[in-house]
Ligand binder design. Structure first.
Ligand code: DHE
Length: 510
């Protein structure tokens, strides 16, 4: 605590804000909504892990002006500029201590919607398999779109800062949504009603649903926990502390489901290990012991036995082949990638992937005799295309800047790749799947960030986000590449079509 106070004092002195009392201001003005421990209440957690999503002076601006359409008031008339700057510096500091956060504490946060009445069939006439959810991070809502008419059937509030793809139950009826503050929300699409929410972690990465729809794995940064929830009632099924084989605690980079293996696969961020968590009734038994281990008592009494695989490098991000035998992984700091064979638990190839590939949004398609995987890069203006048999890079497609997301569809000859960073963040490239050439570059709104694509169930339309507070979803004819419709949306960060997701379309991230 002393170290913390000294650090804050040094910060304030160097910026001439020594007279401000940020801790006092926090208690008076923020604690009621954001929690005395800064871990959130009715408002989001005010910790660096969450706030880093607000770059530059935004934090001060939010304190000064408040946030439209939320409970966050403006403080410009209450505190001086210096006091607000000191408060912002104070809440940008990491927490000295974390509260205990285990099964009991998680269970206490569970809130179920008392008004929820499950419908016996969809309460709308739209095709329930062609519903597309639009996550709007501008005001923390999700819009439920009819994928044929593009009418908004419902718009509901989410926890603060949803990240990663929502996960659908295998029948497409329920969806689970996760926020960076660790909240997991369940929504019933047929009934167009919220079911409830629970706080599975204090700062989380993403979620994965088991292929049988029974379990939801939540990958957390804070604390170092893997939480497994029952999808039925959001109750806690298991909470596992994440530590490497040598006892080093670790955050989880991400978790995904591997349906044919009846497992969740997660990579650790601070230890070079992949974990495979089995949820099926008969977890495989491996006949060798040098790089794996099943933890705990016999699998029949422990529902989630864990196999640990040591990897040659850290994995910040990874991608599966369609058979779920191979994991293509890369670290954010590394210069290349690696392919891990999950069956034998070993690295079998290196990948030539410089420039921070964003493997989580990679996609695959058939290319001649082989299957290729393509990934954008967060630091380079290229899309890498990799042959999934030889693991060689087939082509580096030059783009107008680093990108974040890619999408295609089985019925489309094209791949859509955004440019997310730099002066050309307003363009979207359309790439021919066979020639691997850019055939068109769309610039729908000059100067506005344009990103993330999702297709309708039949692949006929491509939905593109204008990633601005007063943004839009633009519907394109996926064959002619002409604009068909524009739907106003509040920073639509991602779009997710029920059918494409539950059928594991090769054109979408899983
Ligand atoms: Fe994401 C998905 C990691 C920053 C928006 N992002 C994912 C996934 C991972 C990941 C592992 C796949 C999870 C899943 O869908 O289950 N993201 C990371 C990072 O490591 C990174 C670079 C840094 C970080 O701080 O987390 C990062 N991501 C961002 C952003 O800055 C984005 C653009 C804005 C935001 O909301 O924070 C962002 N990430 C998204 C979105 C998806 C996503 C919209 C889902 C894409 C999809 O179509 O499935």
């Amino acid at each position: 605590m002393i170290r913390f106070i000294v650090l804050i004092s040094a910060l304030l002195l160097s910026s001439g804000l020594a007279n401000a009392d940020p801790a006092g201001i926090f208690n008076d003005a923020c604690a009621d909504c954001h929690g005395a421990n800064r871990l959130g209440g009715t408002g989001p957690a005010l910790i660096p892990q969450t706030l880093k999503r607000m770059r530059g002076p935004n934090l001060e601006k939010v304190i000064m002006n408040g946030r439209a359409a939320t409970q966050m008031p403006a403080f410009a008339d209450v505190y001086s500029k210096d006091e607000i700057a000191a408060l912002a510096a104070y809440i940008r500091q990491p927490l000295e201590e974390l509260p205990e956060w285990g099964a009991e504490q998680i269970a206490e946060t569970l809130t179920l919607n008392r008004d929820y009445l499950p419908a016996t069939k969809p309460v709308f006439s739209a095709d329930p398999m062609n519903i597309t959810l639009v996550v709007e991070t501008g005001d923390h809502h999700v819009s439920v779109l009819d994928g044929d008419t593009f009418e908004v059937l419902d718009r509901f509030e989410t926890p603060f800062a949803v990240h990663g793809g929502p996960k659908f139950s295998p029948d497409g009826r329920y969806v689970f949504i996760m926020s960076r503050d660790g909240w997991v929300q369940k929504y019933d699409i047929w009934s167009l009603q919220k079911v409830g929410r629970v706080r599975a972690g204090l700062n989380s990465r993403n979620i994965a649903i088991s292929h049988d729809g029974k379990w939801l794995a939540v990958a957390n940064y804070l604390p170092n926990l893997l939480t497994i929830l029952s999808t039925d009632d959001l109750s806690v099924a298991s909470v596992r502390e994440v530590k490497g084989k040598d006892g080093t605690p670790s955050r989880i980079s991400a978790v995904y489901q591997a349906p044919p293996r009846e497992s969740f696969v997660l990579a650790l961020k601070d230890v070079p290990e992949i974990w495979e968590v089995f949820y099926g009734p008969n977890p495989p038994h491996y006949g060798f012991a040098h790089d794996w281990r099943i933890e705990g008592p016999a699998p029949q009494t422990t529902p989630f036995p864990i196999r640990k695989i040591t990897t040659p490098d850290y994995l910040d991000d990874f991608f599966f082949d369609q058979s779920y035998e191979y994991v293509m992984g890369a670290s954010r700091s590394g210069e290349g990638g690696q392919v891990i064979d999950l069956v034998i638990g070993q690295k079998i190839a290196d990948l030539d992937l410089p420039g921070m590939p964003h493997l989580g949004s990679g996609i695959t398609w058939n290319h001649g005799e082989t299957t290729v995987m393509a990934t954008p890069h967060l630091k380079d203006g290229t899309v890498s295309v990799i042959d999934m048999k030889s693991w060689e890079t087939v082509k580096r497609i030059e783009t107008l800047g680093p990108g974040f997301f890619m999408r295609s569809h089985e019925n489309s000859p094209y791949v859509w790749a955004d440019v997310f960073f730099g002066p050309n963040k307003d363009v979207m490239h359309v790439i021919d799947k066979q020639s691997l050439e850019i055939v068109k570059t769309l610039r729908p709104v000059e100067g506005a960030t344009v990103a993330h694509v999702e297709f309708t169930r039949d692949g006929r339309y491509a939905l593109v986000s204008v990633w601005e507070d007063e943004g839009a979803v633009i519907v394109y004819d996926a064959a002619t590449l002409e604009e068909v419709k524009r739907l106003p949306m509040r920073k639509p960060s991602g779009k997710y079509n029920v059918w494409n997701k539950i059928t594991f379309s090769e054109g979408t991230s899983h």
